[in-house]
Design a protein around this ligand. Structure first.
Ligand code: SAH
Length: 265
């Protein structure tokens, strides 16, 4: 189900200038895009091919591309810090997210991880303790993924440390300060073979989470960090960029064996 080759009203796009700077906008009839390189009407963009060149009022040339999920996540409105695209990609693979899996996710924050999961076809029950973040996440998810995704996304404004109501869950993904407090609930909520995963900025959190996994019989535990080093490539000048994002978070996961019965531990 690819997107259309032509840009349409309602599409999220990025305008990219000669220096590669990106501005995220949603195309709307009658609206105008403003930048320090001049303005242009959205109506002049609707119907153009994805990646077309356009001119602003000052004669500057920009290209307009349909926004990727990574473009959107990095520029959307944020309450809490979002999971970065490099980590989203790793999480989707480590947790083996696929169409139809039921994922319990906490906390939702600005909704970046929710969007990556929904995009990969999962059904998501998302816990968020703060109502203001929950409603911002709902706006972000709806704006970018539309009504179809909302049918697979249940937002619950509650504290996951108190327990998980869902049963036979395929995956539990955690991005909150004390993921070890969810491990016991997870062992009762996950189906045999289910995967639990936590994204944590500090090694102390990794250690405490991994201890909790071991204490509750989880196996195949792994912890990784994802270092993405962009390269500068220009003719013969081919070298790593001077700057990179040095640290975001550690990703730890484990799986629940089939013969560990809840409360038998
Ligand atoms: N993964 C999110 C960011 C999550 S930030 C994203 O990609 O956008 C952490 C979130 O966890 C915050 O919004 C915080 O309010 C929420 N949170 C913290 N403790 C929680 C709890 N016990 N239950 C549910 N949500 C919690």
């Amino acid at each position: 189900m690819g997107a259309a080759a032509e840009l349409r009203s309602g599409d999220w796009v990025v305008f990219v200038d000669r220096k590669g700077r990106r501005a995220l906008t949603r195309l709307r009839e009658g609206q105008r895009f403003h930048s320090h390189r001049g303005w242009l009407d959205h109506d002049a963009v609707v119907g153009l091919k994805d990646g077309a060149a356009v001119r602003t009022s000052t004669g500057a040339t920009l290209r307009v591309w349909r926004a990727t999920l990574a473009d959107y996540v990095l520029k959307m409105r944020r309450g809490a810090q979002v999971v970065y695209p490099k980590d989203l990609a790793q999480i989707v693979f480590m947790a083996d997210i696929q169409p139809g899996v039921h994922v319990v996710e906490a906390g939702v924050g600005s909704g970046a991880l929710s969007m990556a999961l929904l995009r990969a076809g999962a059904r998501v029950t998302a816990y968020e303790i703060r109502e203001d973040f929950a409603s911002l996440a709902r706006e972000n998810v709806t704006a970018f993924l539309g009504e179809e995704a909302l049918q697979r996304w249940t937002l619950r404004c509650c504290d996951i440390y108190e327990g998980i109501a869902e049963r036979d869950v395929d995956r539990i993904l955690l991005d909150l300060p004390e993921p070890w407090r969810v491990v016991e609930h997870a062992s009762e909520s996950l189906r045999p073979g289910g995967i639990i995963l936590a994204y944590t900025p500090s090694v102390m959190q990794v250690s405490q989470f991994r201890d909790a996994l071991a204490a509750h019989g989880f196996e195949l535990a792994e912890t990784v960090e994802v270092l993405v080093r962009p390269w500068h490539v220009e003719h013969m000048a081919v070298r790593p960029d001077h700057r990179m994002v040095a640290h975001t978070g550690f990703i730890s996961c484990g799986r629940l064996p089939g013969d560990v019965t809840p409360r038998a531990r």
